[in-house]
Design a protein around this ligand. Structure first.
Ligand SMILES: NC(=O)c1ccc[n+]([C@@H]2O[C@H](COP(=O)([O-])OP(=O)(O)OC[C@H]3O[C@@H](n4cnc5c(N)ncnc54)[C@H](O)[C@@H]3O)[C@@H](O)[C@H]2O)c1
Ligand SMILES: [Zn+2]
Length: 384
């Protein structure tokens, strides 16, 4: 019997020089009022100016929602959704990172009083698309502009939960490198490594398939080759553009495949200890990849042949070790924290972490090497 797999992605994606110029054409002729979702960091960086100019050129009425929280709780998202519902807007433009885009995606399916974000936690599929969305990512990134996922924190459970609903896939995406040109190095580094994790995890996931492999492997190659220069050199527009495209591809790979143990063990670090998503993934990346290496050796060797065929490795073992080592070098080069101690987490937190990490079976089942509670304990200990 043939295996079934699916590819889902936004209706249209625009990239390259002056990609933002497509905005006006994407705002439908029947659109009456636009809701612009963003946050204070984006406004402070002056990044809303250009998109607003483009909106103003269309003569459409618009309202700005900029009180959006980073890595929001479901309650914080609901507050924004309530304001959005009252506004009467019929088109959403999100200008921001994963936090802004996830909030916008939830609002786009919640123009109803019958249920809210809380209800979607238990029954994510109940919501239908209410308004069209245009996503303009300012980090590279979560890939949230590509996926049907929105991640919210659930404080009473000290967890982050992914709400997945195909109706939340963006209608339009604009990947314009000017939006990440001034991205502070620290944020560029951690969000870039998040994209790296999406790519390598989807490529080594039990859910991998020919559709996801195309996007995951291409994203992996582009990120490995561009991330350092994109973060280090403010003028490296080509490398930044490549990072934007690659993080979008990695988002498509998530939709077609699924992340694995890095993201699974990272969830409690965000939910309970509020470590930013990209940072907690970066801390876990090298230890989990070393743990997975024996069962993912051939796949890492395949990635090596794409990445560095002339780097001298001969056997699958040598090629695979080169790839795992290179990922570690990148995290080190980018000066992302390497240990949980920097966040005040110590041995006394180990039991809680193991329990919470093992609870993320939704993603752990995707990991090619089975992760037992004992394995999870060793992995968390390694990053203490
Ligand atoms: N939906 C998905 O598929 C998906 C995938 C991965 C992660 N996520 C979620 O996305 C969230 C993280 O998103 P993120 O990593 O993009 O960060 P973010 O959206 O939380 O932004 C982090 C900070 O960076 C600032 N910022 C963003 N872009 C900037 C720019 N160009 N210049 C200056 N400052 C800028 C923001 O103002 C904010 O203060 C988490 O909640 C995570 O769980 C979602
Ligand atoms: Zn992620």
């Amino acid at each position: 019997m043939l295996t079934q797999y699916t590819l889902k992605m936004p209706h249209a994606v625009y990239s390259g020089e002056n990609a933002l110029n497509h905005m006006a054409a994407l705002i439908g002729a029947d659109t009456k009022k636009i809701a612009v979702f963003t946050d204070k960091g984006i406004i402070g960086a002056g990044l809303l100016r250009l998109p607003l100019e483009k909106i103003e050129e269309t003569g459409r009425e618009y309202v700005i929602f900029d009180e959006l929280a980073a890595e929001p709780t479901y309650g914080q998202v609901q507050e924004v959704v309530d304001g959005f519902k009252k506004s009467g807007a019929d088109f959403i433009i999100a200008v921001g990172g994963g936090s802004v885009m996830d909030t916008a995606k939830l609002a786009s399916v919640l123009a109803t009083d019958e249920y809210g974000v809380k209800e979607l936690l238990d029954n994510p599929g109940m919501a239908g698309k209410c308004v069209k969305t245009l996503m303009i990512p300012t980090t590279a990134g979560t890939g949230a502009e590509a996926t049907p996922n929105a991640i919210v924190a659930v404080p009473e459970k000290e967890l982050k939960v992914g709400i997945v609903n195909d109706n939340m896939i963006a209608d339009y995406v604009i990947l314009d490198a000017v939006m990440i040109k001034e991205l502070p190095r620290k944020i560029a580094a951690s969000t870039g490594v998040d994209a790296l994790c999406h790519a390598v995890e989807c490529f080594t996931s039990n859910k991998k398939n020919p559709f996801s492999d195309i996007f995951a492997l291409q994203a992996f190659e582009m990120i490995m080759k561009n991330i350092e220069k994109a973060c280090d050199d403010p003028e490296a527009l080509e490398e930044k553009n490549n990072m934007l495209i690659a993080s979008f591809y990695a988002g498509v790979a998530i939709t077609a495949s699924g992340t694995t143990a890095v993201h699974a063990l990272s969830y409690p670090l965000g939910g309970k200890y509020h470590i930013p998503h990209g940072v907690s993934n970066a801390i876990l990346l090298a230890p989990v990849m070393k743990f997975n290496e024996p069962v993912c050796r051939e796949l890492f060797a395949e990635a090596y042949d794409r990445l560095a065929p002339d780097a001298g490795a001969k056997t699958a073992g040598e090629k695979s070790a080169w790839v795992v080592n290179r990922m570690n070098e990148i995290v080190e080069h980018l000066n992302i924290p390497k240990s949980l101690k920097e966040f005040g987490i110590g041995d006394e937190d180990l039991d809680t972490l193991v329990l919470a990490g093992m609870d993320v079976q939704r993603l752990l089942v995707n990991n090619m090497r089975t992760v037992t509670a004992e394995d999870a304990r060793k992995l968390y200990l390694e990053i203490m």
